[in-house]
Design a protein around this ligand. Structure first.
Ligand SMILES: [Zn+2]
Length: 302
């Protein structure tokens, strides 16, 4: 949904392209939040002057009655909560009561909205930046130098190849581990689940991360390729095992029409499911890469 429309529906102010409101002294901005690779949903972001502890996050979670709320870093580390619109995007009594419940929970925890420059801590701010969709008061000089330091660090990381070999080995091992659920479901239950295929690139990515090499922009592609090779290997191994069980070679079995048509239709299903798996896990991987980090802070450099 367009944020302009959201602002209109909720009767919020709309400056810097962001719908902003206030409830009992707590500021919030409406931000389009990705829920998967392609779908974005408007949600409320409350930004605080300090980091939230795990216990505080749980308390807020209970207060708003949601399974999960998202924690975001806006200028400071883990200092913001993202909360869904529980009663639709309209200015109803229910929505208002929900907002007050949220504000009560914040007050109880002694939280305060961020009202100073997050980079130096002073209140005499002279500029505005939109950081991860939220309007933040900053010093122009602080925001610029933070962005320069961040991009310098990220670019350094992009140039480095430290731990690359180790990370790639762990990426392969991760993919093997991630393939276990798929392997078990095929071999023991003769069934393929698309969702399980998402674990292969994800586990591979976390393997790569474990190896501590820089998370360059191409890493999601590399783990997708590793996953593809392993899924193909599993497929050939399975059909080879079936052929051997029947006492023939794979190439002989492929001459039998029934066998080869099963071979190709299973291959197609595997590839389709892996594609779905990569699609599901792509955002989770991409947002951790250096390219995505640089992009998410680009609003600081204006
Ligand atoms: Zn400052």
């Amino acid at each position: 949904m367009k944020l302009e429309v959201v602002a209109q529906k909720l009767g919020l102010s709309f400056e810097h392209g962001v719908p902003s409101g206030q409830i009992r002294g707590y500021n919030y901005d409406v931000v389009n939040v990705s829920i998967d690779t392609f779908v974005k949903v408007p949600m409320m972001t409350f930004v605080f002057e300090r980091t939230l502890t795990k216990e505080e996050t749980k308390t807020i979670q209970k207060a708003v009655g949601m399974q999960q709320i998202r924690i975001e870093s806006v200028g400071l580390n883990n200092n913001a909560v993202i909360i869904m619109f529980r009663h639709g995007i309209k200015n109803s009594d229910k929505h208002q009561a929900f907002l007050e419940k949220i504000a009560d929970a914040f007050k109880e925890l002694g939280l305060k909205s961020l009202n100073h420059c997050p980079f130096c801590g002073n209140e005499d701010t002279d500029s505005i930046r939109v950081i991860k969709g939220s309007v933040i008061k900053v010093h122009d000089a602080c925001a610029k130098s933070f962005y320069q330091e961040l991009t310098a660090r990220v670019e350094e990381e992009e140039k480095s190849n430290d731990n690359m070999g180790k990370s790639l080995v762990f990426a392969v091992l991760g993919a093997v581990v991630g393939m276990i659920p798929t392997f078990v479901s095929i071999v023991f239950f003769q069934y393929m689940f698309a969702l399980l295929y998402a674990l292969i690139p994800l586990a591979s990515f976390y393997g790569y991360k474990y190896g501590k090499a820089p998370k360059k922009s191409w890493v999601p592609i590399a783990v997708s390729v590793i996953s593809l090779i392993l899924v193909l290997a599993l497929h050939f191994w399975l059909y080879n095992a079936i052929a051997v069980e029947e006492g023939v070679t794979l190439s002989y079995a492929m001459g039998i029409e029934e066998f080869s048509s099963a071979f190709y239709s299973d291959l197609m299903t595997s590839l389709l499911f892996l594609a779905i798996g990569i699609w599901i896990s792509w955002r989770q991987m991409y947002k951790q890469t250096t390219g995505a980090i640089k992009k998410s802070f680009s609003g600081l450099n204006k």
